[in-house]
Design a protein around this ligand. Structure first.
Ligand code: HDE
Length: 727
């Protein structure tokens, strides 16, 4: 929960907020004007030749208004088009000067302003938040030494090893070229055709088909820098580093059927959730973590640190949590901030440098290139959201939309006329020096043998999943391949999956009505160089040294917090209002939020006539927007809900999505009308927990205690086994 002092810091101490404020505009109490500052007395009627005559070309007010409107759109990002952004601060807890000289990672007294943009990858700007997809997790640190952008994802590995493949990957996943179908979905032929021919994507596919690709909230996702970067300290010593974001609220997902329903009922589900959490003062927080590998250990592992299809298991190199990022302020204007922000992993500060990861290297070119087009020219660094808090002085000049008025008579260097200014900073004055990595090599178009093993970490990921997570992965693959119409693509994918796990391939094959082929004609586009023999190729395909890695399963996420979870209270006239209050108080004290849902909006009357405000009606909301449901007692309320099909559907659906459900003992009648009510034990007079996650009591305080620990479990996935819930 935020303290008042945090709120104070946001507006007064944060240098980036002060900078942005200079560009904000507030129309409160102001006259309407043109863009030239001319006061307008009527912008609702165009200038006409007579009341019923034609509009006049002379009408500069009409022309300015419509011209600006005509040019309101800019090209959307070619990937990551749909995003949600927020401001915040990064606070360092541990001085990392042993490894890096970056000021914001060595000075524990410094608070660094940040702007974060979360995104989906494949969908267009207006697509649904809940698409099965990777999520972008891009953070701009406005440090005193310039901007550092950590442009990462919520998945620690990537589909491909070399950036030259990126346009093919994206063309394959985007809507198909002949008919622009489907929107924001990987479940179609071209994507799986590409994947089935790209064995290096095996590990990423396991993550993408896992529930990581359908997060419960942007606030409940991990973030990863993906590539290995370099740290460089004051002495010039370097080490490798992988960056991590660990959410304080744990890592949680929704169910796939739930995701599909949410996409229709509220495509802004994630955006809204982030916005509301920040508006309500529930500031999302992540620990910032680093995995550090000394330079000497570069070749110690069975995978190559430069291969972005591999992660470093946390058992081999633990994640050191060194700081915390808190998102504490929503944007004032979506376009000016979230849409115009331009991230680039080439934005680094002294102490952070690149590695030769071929995926990273291509990205160093792409981001500025794409932003030149998207933001209309070379001056997008002057847009307020992109401006560093560190001053900018150089000889770059002019271009579209230049804001800066450079006063100097010179725009060249070296110069004598301006006393050599702006002058180059030496190392001692904080100038950036590239790490002098020694490279002696022949030019080749190819890849190191250490990049050849595509399946060991895919197996490691699969083996590390709990049974429900494995089931979801099988379901997701069956769904996606079930949507593939070209049978040879399905077949090649089944063969591909068998390289990861025969059981998985067999289960998917069964669901799509096929057999796993013993071999397929060709797996095209192997990364094996043409001149490498099969034996040579096979020799580098090693088993991972670990069977399982704890951090890879969401099951191991914390299960003792219910902060910010949303609880539905189903009620209507005649409800036991005192119980609502008691349970609500307990849930809210644990940090959850509660909403009373009734057949219609307005107020309902409690059994003792206490008025209870209704937040949503059964018509305007659905169980998929909540993490748990409570049904209080009260004779009339219970009788009405029992006969209301929407209320029964709400409960069945919550059950189907494995959520915690609690009810007063005298609300049993409503529960009996549900699908799962009939499955509850008959003799339940003394029980509080009737079935995992189903809690009944006539004592509100006992009920609340059990309910809170059930909600903290997130979901009771075991329930899915039956697969018969009619909701
Ligand atoms: Fe990106 N990526 N990417 N990407 N990426 C873009 O930049 C690109 C990759 C990521 O919220 C684009 O301004 C290439 C990996 C995020 O504004 C573009 C390659 C990772 C965002 C681009 C990659 C990312 C982008 C599109 C292969 C995770 C959204 C618009 C080498 C580590 C940033 C833009 C935002 C956006 C290119 C691969 C993350 C086209 C060529 C790996 C979070 O420049």
């Amino acid at each position: 929960m935020p303290t008042d002092s945090t709120k104070q810091d946001i507006t007064t101490d944060n240098k980036k907020v002060q900078d942005l404020q200079q560009n904000t505009e507030d129309s409160t109490g102001q006259f309407l004007t043109t863009n030239q500052g001319l006061r307008i007395n009527d912008d609702q009627n165009s200038l006409k030749a007579g009341e019923r005559g034609p509009s006049l070309l002379e009408d500069f007010i009409l022309r300015e208004k419509i011209t600006h409107f005509d040019h309101e759109r800019i090209p959307e990002r070619v990937v990551h088009a749909r995003g949600a952004g927020a401001h915040g601060v990064f606070k360092l807890n541990e001085d990392l000067s042993e490894f890096t000289k970056a000021g914001f990672l060595t000075d524990t007294l410094r608070e660094t302003p940040v702007f974060v943009r979360f995104s989906t990858v494949a969908g267009s700007r207006g697509s649904s938040d809940l698409a099965r997809d990777v999520r972008g997790f891009a953070v701009k640190f406005y440090t005193d030494e310039g901007n550092f952008d950590l442009v990462g994802n919520n998945i620690p590995v990537f589909f491909i090893q070399d950036s030259i493949k990126f346009p093919d990957l994206i063309h394959a996943v985007k809507p198909e070229p002949h008919n622009e179908i489907p929107q924001a979905a990987s479940a179609h032929d071209t994507f799986w055709d590409y994947i089935s021919n790209t064995p290096e994507s095996a590990h990423m596919i396991m993550w993408l088909m896992s529930d990581r690709a359908i997060p419960r909230s942007l606030r409940m996702m991990e973030g990863f820098g993906v590539h290995s970067f370099r740290f460089v300290n004051e002495e010039g010593k370097s080490c490798f580093v992988k960056f991590h974001w660990k959410p304080k609220l744990g890592v949680h997902s929704v169910a796939w059927t739930e995701a599909q329903t949410i996409s229709g009922k509220d495509p802004d589900f994630h955006r809204r959730d982030l916005w509301e959490a920040i508006e309500n003062g529930n500031f999302p927080e992540w620990d910032f973590g680093v995995q550090i590998v000394p330079e000497e250990d570069e070749h110690k592992y069975e995978f190559d640190l430069l291969d972005s299809t591999k992660l470093i298991p946390e058992e081999l190199v633990p994640v050191r949590r060194i700081g915390t990022m808190t998102l504490n302020r929503n944007t004032d204007n979506y376009f000016a901030e979230t849409e115009q922000v331009a991230f680039h992993l080439g934005h680094v500060v002294p102490g952070i440098d690149f590695t030769n990861d071929p995926l990273l290297q291509g990205r160093l070119f792409s981001y500025t290139d794409t932003q030149l087009l998207r933001l209309g020219g070379p001056n997008f660094h002057e847009i307020p959201i992109n401006r560093p808090i560190a001053p900018i002085h150089n000889n770059q000049r002019d271009g579209h939309m230049r804001q800066q008025i450079n006063k100097s008579k010179t725009a060249h260097s070296p110069n004598g006329m301006s006393g050599g200014c702006p002058f180059q900073a030496g190392k001692m004055q904080g100038g950036f020096t590239s790490y002098p990595e020694r490279i002696e090599a022949s030019k080749i178009r190819g890849r190191s043998k250490s990049f050849f093993d595509h399946f060991s970490q895919a197996k490691l990921f699969l083996n590390s999943q709990s049974d429900p997570e494995k089931n979801h992965l099988t379901d997701a693959l069956s769904f996606e391949l079930g949507k593939v119409e070209t049978l040879s693509v399905r077949e090649r994918m089944l063969y591909f999956l068998a390289q990861i796990d025969e059981g998985l391939a067999g289960a998917v094959a069964y669901n799509v009505g096929m057999h796993v082929p013993k071999e397929v004609k060709t797996l095209l586009n192997q990364t094996k160089p043409a001149d490498a023999s099969d034996e040579e190729y096979a020799s580098v395909v090693k088993e991972g040294s670990l069977d399982k890695s704890v951090a890879l399963s969401m099951k191991n996420s914390p299960t003792d917090i219910i902060e910010t979870r949303k609880i539905a209270i189903l009620a209507t006239d005649g409800v036991n209002a005192a119980n609502i209050q008691a349970v609500k108080n307990a849930l809210m004290a644990a940090g959850a939020t509660c909403e009373v849902i009734a057949p219609k909006l307005g107020f309902i009357a409690g059994v003792d006539d206490t008025p209870v405000a209704v937040a949503k009606s059964l018509l305007t909301t659905a169980s998929v927007f909540y993490d748990a449901v409570y049904v209080p007692g009260g004779t009339n309320s219970v009788a009405t809900l029992e006969a209301d099909p929407d209320a029964i559907h709400f409960l069945n659906e919550a059950f189907k999505h494995c959520k915690a459900i609690a009810f007063d003992a005298d609300a049993m009648q409503v529960i009996k009308a549900t699908y799962f009510g009939r499955k509850l034990p008959e003799d339940n007079s003394d029980e509080t927990v009737l079935m995992e996650g189903i809690i009944m009591s006539d004592d509100a305080s006992a009920l609340a205690t059990k309910f809170i620990s059930a909600i903290a479990q997130h979901r009771f996935w075991e329930r899915e086994k039956a697969r018969k819930v009619p909701a």
